[in-house]
Ligand binder design. Structure first.
Ligand SMILES: Nc1ncnc2c1ncn2[C@@H]1O[C@H](COP(=O)(O)OP(=O)(O)OP(=O)(O)O)[C@@H](O)[C@H]1O
Ligand SMILES: [Mg+2]
Length: 346
């Protein structure tokens, strides 16, 4: 997939403008706070519909009420236009003029790589679950639907635990077991591929030592219903559901040790890059179309060896947009971001 034209209106600090892009590697350089991250975020949003729900209204420029982003794309099957309108904390999305839900957007359209990805390694289990849930939701509509229903049922079950409604639990237990089993099954299948792609990539990027990726589950598919019964009194005491996919962790190990405790900053960034590599491969495998690569803050925390490896990944993809405070020497096209205005300089 190639982004040809991006138009934004009232989007954060970006000037209302048309931005044209080519094939190959684009360097977007500029000083801090000029709008480099904002432009990548706008592209990711209009393609995939993904943004943290709580942050939606923040995308609208100060003093304005509505924002709009439009992307003209060249795809294997012809041109496409993706649009998103944001207002009152809600978004409305269109693909080729037809209103769609985010699940129907170009879910495999882009991969976003940022320094904050290190938090997947160092942060809490919820960040790792989010990585897994986001990725699986992109490659499987069943997973996305299952996750949505699971979360709704979970909230209701937790409310029942809080209100001491014993009678309601039987229904929720059955529903959660069914949905949780689906999620666990799809996660288990995907994790093998993620492990394979990510550990290959890890070696290629110059990561030292074996990268391990496993699921740490709070229950098993076979023992799910039994565990609900066994943990019931504990759950009433804690007023929350203690087993299921919402409590499972994605355990990352480097040379056999938990990466969250022992990896250096650079090693964590390398592991996170390997995970994004795996994401890229899985999206390509699922959609048979190359995602657009969006790399924010290119040089942060990476030594020259790893920067080169990242450039190699960028070269493999038909289009990459890479930001940094300095222009990127290997880029085919150079842009400068200043005060929200993107200018082509070469
Ligand atoms: N809703 C908004 N309305 C207006 N300006 C905003 C809005 N949201 C963010 N900004 C501003 O956009 C500016 C650019 O942010 P951005 O994160 O894109 O910078 P950047 O070029 O990536 O900088 P850095 O090099 O530090 O990462 C910031 O100064 C921020 O205050
Ligand atoms: Mg930035």
């Amino acid at each position: 997939m190639i982004l040809r034209l991006l138009t934004t209106l009232n989007y954060r600090n970006l000037r209302d403008q048309d931005m044209r892009f080519e094939d190959g590697i684009h360097s977007i350089s500029g000083l801090n706070g000029q709008g480099k991250t904002n432009v990548l975020e706008a592209i990711y949003l209009v393609l995939t519909g993904v943004v943290d729900a709580g942050r939606l209204q923040q995308l609208v420029r100060f003093e304005e009420t509505e924002a709009y982003v439009k992307a003209t794309l060249e795809r294997d099957e012809g041109h496409s236009i993706a649009e998103v309108g944001i207002g009152r904390g809600k978004r409305l999305m269109k693909l080729d003029g037809i209103r769609v839900k985010s699940a129907e957007l170009l879910r495999g359209g882009a991969v976003f790589i940022a320094p904050e990805d290190s938090e997947i390694v160092f942060g809490s289990p919820s960040g790792r679950r989010k990585f897994l849930d986001d990725l699986l939701s992109k490659i499987s509509a069943r997973y996305a639907q299952g996750l949505d229903l699971y979360q709704k049922n979970l909230a209701q079950r937790n409310a029942a635990l809080k209100n001491d409604e014993q009678w309601a639990l039987e229904v929720f237990d059955a529903k959660l077991t069914e949905l949780g089993t689906l999620l666990m099954d799809l996660r288990q299948r995907a994790i093998q591929k993620i492990q394979q792609y990510a550990s290959d990539a890890h070696t290629r990027i110059g990561g030292r030592g074996e990268l391990g990726i496993t699921l740490q589950e709070t229950t098993s598919i076979q023992g799910y219903a039994r565990d609900f019964l066994l943990r019931r009194s504990e759950e009433f005491a804690r007023q929350s559901t203690v087993i299921g996919p919402h409590r499972d962790d994605l355990v990352l190990t480097l040379r056999g040790q938990p990466a969250s405790d022992f990896a250096s900053r650079g090693e964590a960034r390398t592991i996170a890059l390997a995970l994004r590599y795996a994401e890229y491969e899985l999206l390509f495998e699922r959609y048979q179309e190359n995602p657009i690569l969006l790399i924010d803050d290119f040089s942060a925390e990476l030594d020259p060896e790893r920067r080169n490896a990242l450039i190699e990944l960028a070269k493999r993809s038909p289009q990459a947009l890479i930001t940094g405070t300095e222009p990127l020497p290997h880029a085919a096209h150079h842009y400068r971001m200043e005060g929200g205005h993107l200018e082509r300089i070469q």
